[in-house]
Design a protein around this ligand. Structure first.
Ligand code: TRP
Ligand code: SF4
Length: 335
C-alpha cells in the first residue's frame, strides 16, 4: 500500500474550508492508503510560540475534528508532531539544502507575512528563523513517512513543491533515500468565506466551523452576502453572486437546481432561501457533530488514540531515519 501524509496546524477548530480542501479526501482515501495524519504543533508554534496554551488546547480540537469527519483510528495513524524527534532531526539536515532566498520566495510564506504586516504593522516584518523555515520542517513531516501522496488545499502546493526539491537534492547528494511526494488537491479545494472573500479563514472571521451549533450557523447564514440588487422578496436575482447559493451548491446538492431557478425567476425570497440553507447545513454537519460528541464524551479514548498513533508514527519515522543516517554517513554506532 502507498502512503499518505497530511495534517493540520492546531491553531483553532477546523472549518468547511479544511473539510473540502483536505479532510474529505483523507477520509475517502484512508481505505486505499496507509494514512498518517500529523497534528503539526511544532509548526503551529512557529508563529504562536508565545501562546503554548492555545496550541495545546487545539491539538485536542484538531484531533476531535479529524475523528468527527470520519477518520478511523483503526485505519489511520493520528499523531502529534512534537513527539517525533526524528522530524526535528530531519529538519536540521534538510535546512542545508534550502537557500534563504528560496524560502523568501515561497508564495504561501509571503502571503502569511503580508497578512501579519496588516495585523501587526511593521512588527509583522520581523519574522523569525523558525517561521521562515517551517516549509523545511513540513518537508520533514512528509518524507519521514515516505509519503507518496499529500492531499492538501491549494495554498499548500508551494510547500509540497519545496519538499520535492529537497528530496531531489538529498537523493542526488546522498544517494536514493527519500520518496518524492505528490500533492493532491480536491475539486472544491478553496472554499470562499461567508463574506465572499476568496478564502475561508479563521483569522478572516468568515468561517463556518464543523463544530458550530445551530445558533451560530443561523447567525452566520442570516448575515451572509446575497445579490445586493435583490431588494424585494420577489425580485429576480443572480445566484452566482450570492454566498447563500454558493453554500447550497456544497451542502444541498440535491436541491440546488431548484434554488437556482427560483432565485432567477424571483419566486424565492432570500429569507426562505437562507432558512433552507441552515437546515441543509445542519443536516450536513449532523453526523460529524454526532461523532465529535461521542469522542468528547470519551476523552480517555482520544488520549489513547493519540498516544498509540504517535508511538506507531515514531517507529515508522525511525525506519526512515536509519536510512538517512546511513546514507549521510552519520551512522557511527551500529544499531
Ligand atoms: N501547513 C499545513 C497547514 O497549514 C499543515 C501541515 C503541517 C501539513 N505539516 C504538513 C500538511 C504536512 C500536509 C503535510 O494546514
Ligand atoms: Fe441568494 Fe437565495 Fe436570495 Fe437568490 S434567493 S439571492 S440564491 S439568498
Amino acid at each position: 500500500m502507498k502512503n499518505i501524509l497530511t495534517g493540520d496546524r492546531p491553531t483553532g477548530r477546523l472549518h468547511l474550508g479544511h473539510y473540502f480542501g483536505s479532510l474529505k479526501q483523507r477520509v475517502e482515501l484512508q481505505d486505499q492508503y496507509n494514512t498518517y495524519i500529523i497534528i503539526a504543533d511544532v509548526q503551529a508554534l512557529t508563529d504562536n510560540f508565545d501562546d503554548p496554551d492555545k496550541v495545546r488546547k487545539n491539538v485536542r480540537e484538531v484531533a476531535l475534528d479529524n475523528l468527527a469527519v470520519g477518520i478511523d483510528p483503526n485505519k489511520t495513524t493520528l499523531f502529534i508532531q512534537s513527539q517525533i524527534p526524528e522530524i526535528a532531526e530531519l529538519t536540521i539536515f534538510y535546512s542545508n539544502l534550502v537557500t534563504v532566498s528560496r524560502l523568501f520566495r515561497n508564495p504561501t510564506t509571503k502571503a502569511e507575512v503580508n497578512q501579519k504586516k496588516q495585523v501587526f504593522g511593521n512588527e509583522g516584518e520581523s519574522i523569525t528563523y523558525g517561521f521562515l523555515g517551517y516549509p523545511v520542517s513540513q518537508a520533514a513531516d512528509i518524507t519521514a513517512f515516505d509519503a507518496d501522496l499529500v492531499p492538501v488545499g491549494d495554498d499548500q502546493l508551494p510547500h509540497i513543491e519545496q519538499t520535492r526539491e529537497i528530496v531531489r537534492k538529498f537523493n542526488h547528494i546522498y544517494g536514493e533515500t527519500l520518496v518524492e511526494p505528490e500533492a493532491m488537491v480536491g475539486k472544491n479545494s478553496r472554499i470562499k468565506g461567508l463574506d465572499g472573500n476568496e478564502k475561508m479563514g479563521k483569522s478572516l472571521g468568515n468561517a463556518i466551523y464543523l463544530a458550530d451549533d445551530e445558533d451560530a450557523i443561523t447567525k452566520k447564514i442570516m448575515g451572509a452576502i446575497t445579490d445586493p440588487n435583490k431588494i424585494k422578496k420577489d425580485d429576480p436575482a443572480n445566484p452566482d453572486i450570492c454566498m447563500v447559493y454558493y453554500y447550497h451548491k456544497l451542502v444541498n446538492e440535491k436541491n440546488v437546481d431548484t434554488v437556482c431557478q427560483e432565485c432567477k425567476s424571483g419566486s424565492r425570497g432570500c429569507v426562505a432561501c437562507k432558512k433552507e440553507l441552515i437546515r441543509s447545513m445542519m443536516e450536513f454537519l449532523k453526523p460529524i457533530q454526532a461523532r465529535r460528541h461521542y469522542y468528547e464524551e470519551h476523552p480517555e479514548l482520544v488520549d489513547q488514540i493519540l498516544e498509540e498513533g504517535t508511538k506507531k508514527a515514531r517507529e515508522r519515522a525511525q525506519e526512515t531515519m536509519r536510512r538517512v543516517r546511513q546514507n549521510m554517513k552519520i551512522d557511527y554506532f551500529k544499531n
